[in-house]
Design a protein around this ligand. Structure first.
Ligand code: ZN
Length: 99
């Protein structure tokens, strides 16, 4: 789980999940209200996550599953993403260049 770079507050799973689904590129610390940026490593990990959607499509190519099974796999990946990704987020006070 992320830790605030300003006040060292350990974000809860719920706080992290709520901050993930905003349109802002920053995350506001629920304790000190300071804007935090994802580290470059966190953003790189997050950039790989959309490729998880490809997995059910590839499985479908080889196993020829019906569409309900493919949708079920995608829902399962969405649940896994929401359980795993908040634990991979690290925060920093300064915005880091990704490259
Ligand atoms: Zn804070």
């Amino acid at each position: 789980m992320p830790v605030c770079a300003n006040c060292r507050h350990h974000w809860s799973f719920r706080e992290t999940l709520r901050a993930m689904y905003t349109l802002k590129p920053t995350m506001t610390c629920p304790n000190c209200r300071k804007e935090q940026h994802l580290t470059a490593a966190s953003r790189k990990r997050g950039a790989l996550m959309p490729f998880l959607v490809v997995i059910p499509m590839l499985i479908n190519v080889f196993l020829d599953l019906n569409w309900l099974a493919v949708i079920g796999e995608m829902l399962m990946i969405a649940v896994i993403f929401n359980l795993v990704y908040p634990r991979l987020i690290d925060l920093t006070e300064e915005e880091e260049p990704i490259w």
